[in-house]
Structure formats: structure tokens, C-alpha cells
Design a protein around this ligand. Structure first.
Ligand SMILES: Cc1cc2nc3c(=O)[nH]c(=O)nc-3n(C[C@H](O)[C@H](O)[C@H](O)COP(=O)(O)OP(=O)(O)OC[C@H]3O[C@@H](n4cnc5c(N)ncnc54)[C@H](O)[C@@H]3O)c2cc1C
Length: 402
């Protein structure tokens, strides 16, 4: 038996669940499927910067997240060796605080919110095939865990199925601004590791950071250049600890703590995909993925959910034709993330910054406003150009205005 939905959303984590929730809240018939069952973890650390937290607040979900006992992150620090910049990001949409919730908690909360909004949620449902008729996507074929093939039809199929998106592959979504994987990282969880918040460390050829999370644990993630992946994989713990030894105070703090979980990690490519075509759209990593060094993916996924669901609302109500509304979504997404993409992929090389950048960062050291603004660059609340554009010669301040 087949059912017609307004939207079928494939993938139910940070991109898919909010997209389904927002469409269902507008009264549309939404099917949200994922081959995973929730709560479950996925390969990802989980810093949500203020722009992502602001989205949770707009959706009425921030109080639920706070109620899970996740500690707030108010302080961002960037240890470059000779100096450290410590600050708090300027607020975004009234929110200047970050959170680092475990994905099994965050994603389950988002799936529950989608179901509460009226979306039909099917866990353990794998999409095997995207149905295309005369060049237009019309639905999906998949199966419940161990079950027979099931066909579902929808006015639009939304791929929220991550960076290896089956939906993107099926429709041949063109890729652009592609860059290879740049670093190789591993992370794990420690108890008894006090941190000030989002602490990061940059050394030539190495970078690492901390995120306080649920249950008094701190996630620590450490990256090395992609070219060193083979050696890192061969000795994960040894390479991880040797990396941290580049900042002896931190290494000592971590060695006094207790690792509670195994190491997980890998590498991600960097790309944009055209996020729409006849009968289909992409949100989250399926449409745009970048190195996690600046921890933007969850916040980006939330913004895609808002932009894409808004565009589809325009289509379903007849305010705008599909191509016009969805090309608006694509343009808005690209404009929002373009600068951060270049900033992130630059950082992810783990190469020392160019001299002028290094001088600018050093000049910010000890200057509270400048340090807050650099925290804002990484958090996504201050556009990189507003920090890095050199001030005119007549201007004696170190930083250009936002
Ligand atoms: C090591 C690492 C660390 C990271 N750290 C951070 C961080 O600190 N902060 C941050 O903001 N971002 C971080 N990211 C990025 C972040 O994980 C992603 O941007 C985010 O998960 C994207 O969400 P998504 O919903 O688009 O995709 P995903 O989270 O990948 O979810 C896709 C879902 O689709 C489902 N799916 C896939 N195929 C099918 C199918 N055929 N049928 C049914 N279901 C399917 C999967 O089961 C999965 O649940 C990190 C990434 C990595 C790899």
C-alpha cells in the first residue's frame, strides 16, 4: 500500500528531524525515516555554537535541552602557543551561549519534537531507492528492519541523509567548491577533566579542542594533517597523547583524568552540492559538508531546516513556483556559509597562519573586545571578514567594525 505525503524526509538527525518538525508544524503531511533507531550516537562531536542554540530557542526546544543537564559553554579560548585569546562570542539572535549535548540526547530530542509536531516517524527504515518519473522524484522505496520492500510517494523527497547521501547520489546532485579531506582526527570522553569551556589549541601540524558535555564528561578531539592519517590510525592513543604534549599543561591535566570511552574518528571531505531539483531537496551534510574543526555542521543543519522548510511552504501554498523558491533556498544557504567554508578549510590544513593573520591574532591578545570578536568568528556570530579585514591606515583600532 502506498501513501502520498507532502514531504518524505530521509534521515532524522540534526537536519532531517527539524525539517520534518517545521513542515509538520505548518500542517503538512510528513514522513520522517531513518535506518537508525533513537536514541543513538553517530560519529560526531557535538558543539552547538550560539547560532544553533538560537535556532533551538526559536523552536521552543532549548529549555528541553537545558533540562537534560547539558552544561552551557560561555568561554571560548584559543591557545596559539605564544599567546591565548579568551573570550565569549557576541550574541546571535539574543544568544551568546553554546552547548555540547551528546548526539544520542540531542538527536532523540529532535526526533521526538518532529513526532510531536505531527510527522510520522519510522525508525529502522532504510531507503534503498529514490523513485524518479520523467526526471522528477516522486518517492522512495525502502524497507523496515528485516521487512519487505515498501514504496512511499511524496510531493518532495528531502535528503537529510548525511554526507554520503543516497538521495544526492540518486539524483546526481552536482558538487562544487570541492576540497579534499584536510585533517584526520580522533575523539573520546574523559571524566575528571576540568575545562574552561570550548578550549582549543593550535600548533603547527596539530590542533585540538575540548567540549564539556553531559554526565560531567569532556570530549577532547585532536587532529593531525590528513597526510599523517596512516601513522595516526596505527597508534591512535600514542599519537593523540603526543599531540597534546605540544601543550604540556593541558597534557598533564588530561593524563590526570580518566578516559571513559573508546576513540572514534576519521576525516570528512569538503563540498557543496546543489540542494534541489525536480521533486527533491537536500539539507544538512547531504548538501554541504566541511571539516568539523570549527564545529559548524549542527548549526548549519538547523539553518538549512528553516530555509528549506520555508521555501517548501512557499511552494505548497502556491506563493512561489518550486524552482524559484528552492533556488532561493540554495542561494541563501550558500551566502550564509561561504565565508565560513573558506575560514574552516583554511584552519583545517593545520598550517601556521600567514604572517599578517598571525600579527592580527597576536594583537588581539589581552584585548577583551577583540578576543570576544575572535570567539565570535569561530562561533559563527561574527563574519570572518569583520575580524580579519585590515583596518584603514587612519583607523588606530586593531579591528574593523562588524
Ligand atoms: C568527527 C566529527 C566531529 C564533528 N563535530 C561537530 C561539532 O562539534 N559540532 C558540529 O556542529 N558539527 C560537528 N560535526 C558535523 C556534524 O556531525 C554534521 O554536520 C551533522 O551531523 C549533520 O547532520 P545531518 O542530519 O545532516 O546528517 P547526519 O547526522 O549524518 O544524519 C544522517 C542520518 O541519515 C540516516 N540515513 C542515511 N542514509 C539513509 C538511508 N538510506 N535510509 C534511511 N536513513 C538513512 C543516517 O542513519 C543518519 O541518522 C562533526 C563531524 C564529525 C565527522
Amino acid at each position: 500500500m502506498s501513501t502520498a505525503y507532502d514531504a518524505i524526509v530521509v534521515g532524522a538527525r540534526c537536519a532531517g528531524a527539524p525539517t520534518a518538525m517545521l513542515l509538520a508544524r505548518k500542517g503538512y503531511r510528513v514522513l520522517l525515516v531513518d535506518r537508525a533507531a533513537f536514541p543513538s550516537d553517530t560519529l560526531s562531536t557535538h558543539m552547538i555554537h550560539p547560532p544553533g542554540v538560537a535556532a533551538l530557542a526559536r523552536w521552543g526546544l532549548l529549555d528541553r535541552l537545558i533540562a537534560t543537564g547539558c552544561p552551557p559553554v560561555r568561554t571560548y579560548s584559543f591557545d596559539f602557543g605564544p599567546f591565548t585569546l579568551t573570550g565569549s562570542p557576541p550574541p546571535y539572535d539574543g544568544t551568546g551561549v553554546g552547548y555540547g549535548p551528546r548526539r544520542r540526547i540531542l538527536d532523540a530530542l529532535l526526533v521526538a519534537a518532529a513526532a510531536e509536531a505531527g510527522a510520522e516517524v519510522r525508525e529502522r527504515f532504510t531507503v534503498d531507492e529514490v523513485l524518479i518519473e520523467d526526471g522528477t522524484v516522486t518517492g522512495v522505496r525502502g524497507h523496515d528492519h528485516g521487512g519487505p520492500p515498501v514504496t512511499e510517494h511524496g510531493r518532495v523527497v528531502i535528503g537529510a541523509d548525511g554526507r554520503s547521501s543516497r538521495v544526492a547520489r540518486a539524483v546526481g546532485a552536482p558538487e562544487y567548491r570541492t576540497k579534499p579531506p584536510l585533517q584526520w582526527g580522533y575523539y573520546s570522553y574523559w571524566s575528571g577533566l576540568p575545562v574552561s569551556g570550548f578550549e582549543t589549541y593550535a600548533r603547527p601540524g596539530a590542533g585540538w579542542g575540548t567540549i564539556p558535555t553531559h554526565d560531567g564528561l569532556t570530549v577532547v578531539v585532536a587532529g593531525r594533517p590528513r597526510a599523517e592519517a596512516h601513522a595516526y590510525r596505527a597508534d591512535v592513543e600514542g599519537t593523540f597523547l603526543a599531540t597534546l604534549d605540544l601543550a604540556p599543561e593541558f597534557a598533564e591535566r588530561l593524563r590526570a583524568a580518566h578516559r571513559e570511552e573508546r576513540f572514534l574518528g576519521g576525516s570528512v571531505p569538503n563540498f557543496f552540492r546543489r540542494p534541489y531539483g525536480p521533486g527533491w531537496a537536500l539539507v544538512g551534510d547531504a548538501g554541504h559538508t566541511k571539516d568539523p574543526i570549527t564545529a559548524q555542521g549542527i548549526s548549519d543543519a538547523f539553518h538549512d531546516a528553516e530555509l528549506c522548510s520555508g521555501a517548501l511552504d512557499d511552494v505548497f501554498t502556491g506563493r512561489r513556483p518550486f524552482g524559484e523558491a528552492l533556488s532561493g533556498y540554495a542561494a541563501a544557504r550558500d551566502a550564509r556559509v561561504a565565508e565560513m567554508y573558506e575560514f574552516t578549510t583554511g584552519l583545517a590544513t593545520l598550517a601556521p597562519p600567514p604572517d599578517d593573520t598571525a600579527r592580527l591574532l597576536a594583537a588581539a591578545s589581552g584585548e577583551a573586545e577583540a578576543m570576544n570578536r575572535f570567539a565570535g568568528v569561530v562561533a559563527g556570530t561574527v563574519p570572518p571578514h569583520a575580524f580579519f579585514t585590515p583596518a584603514p591606515a587612519s583607523d588606530t583600532s586593531a579591528l574593523a567594525p562588524a
